[in-house]
Design a binder for this molecule. Structure first.
Ligand SMILES: O=C(O)[C@H](O)C(=O)CO
Ligand SMILES: [Mg+2]
Length: 251
């Protein structure tokens, strides 16, 4: 299996270009991040070039985090801000040749929120297409993100059908979906055609993947049997605060 270091959680005390180099030294095959916007895109691009790593993905800006925003794209009345965040992500991603953009839904519920999310995702997909960028949506668990608009894979599947764009896919985060739904292996197999990226962490602690209730040896053997060969996102919070990548050797 190949792994992508999620630099939102790993080496997140370092400037992004430095974190990319540290991920390379630790043996990761790719990198991904959350919100890279404070870092100069040329410096990030140079670090990617120097290490030969690809940036798999980044997130749209969350909005005003001091007011509790966690994404904007499903919030009726905030379409202008949501689309500005999508535009910003596309410009940054295309500068550093990132493959995917996770469009964050935010806190909302109901039919109007669903319609807003679908409209914004269609906008994002159409803008991203010319840059060969895939748009991702990700269900988040209701403990970490109570009242987040997107919470289950069934809801994501329904949204993807309604969005009806081939470059919009599901980010299957095993950590969130184990908490919300379980049945991870059957779910991965069934949803494989709409999966754009997979992320892992232990459950429930969200720390190093080889601890906790999910058996990743078993899950990876199933993914291998399904022919999945893309790098898997190691999106975990290091248990002791400093990154120990020795778990990579187990896989
Ligand atoms: O928290 C996660 O799982 C994410 O992947 C993310 O993008 C930030 O919320
Ligand atoms: Mg995730």
């Amino acid at each position: 299996m190949k792994f992508s270091a999620n630099l939102g959680f790993l080496w997140n005390d370092q400037p992004l270009p430095e974190a990319i180099k540290l991920a390379h030294q630790a043996g990761y095959a790719a990198v991904e991040c959350h919100w890279p916007y404070q870092f100069d895109a040329d410096e990030v691009k140079n670090a990617l070039h120097e290490t030969g790593l690809q940036m798999l993905g980044l997130n749209t800006d969350r909005g005003d985090i001091s007011k509790g925003d966690n994404g904007l794209s499903s919030i009726p009345g905030r379409e202008v801000e949501a689309r500005a965040a999508i535009d910003q992500a596309i410009v940054y991603a295309s500068k550093i040749n990132a493959l995917n953009i996770h469009v964050m839904a935010g806190f909302a519920s109901g039919e109007e929120a669903e319609k807003t999310f679908i409209d914004n995702l269609q906008y994002a997909a159409d803008q991203a297409k010319t840059h060969n960028i895939t748009i991702l949506i990700e269900p988040l668990n209701h403990y970490d993100a109570p009242n987040y608009f997107l919470q289950t894979s069934a809801q994501a599947e329904d949204i993807l059908q309604k969005v009806d764009r081939s470059n919009v896919k599901l980010m299957f985060d095993c950590y969130h979906l184990q908490i919300m739904e379980g049945d991870i292996c059957r779910r991965l197999e069934r949803l494989m055609p709409i999966i754009g990226h997979i992320q892992i962490a232990s459950v429930p602690a969200r720390s190093e993947p080889n601890t906790g209730e999910l058996n990743y040896h078993y899950i990876f053997s199933k993914l291998e049997a399904l022919g999945y060969s893309a790098p898997i996102g190691a999106e975990y919070k290091p248990a002791k605060g400093s990154v120990d990548s020795s778990w990579l050797a187990d896989f």
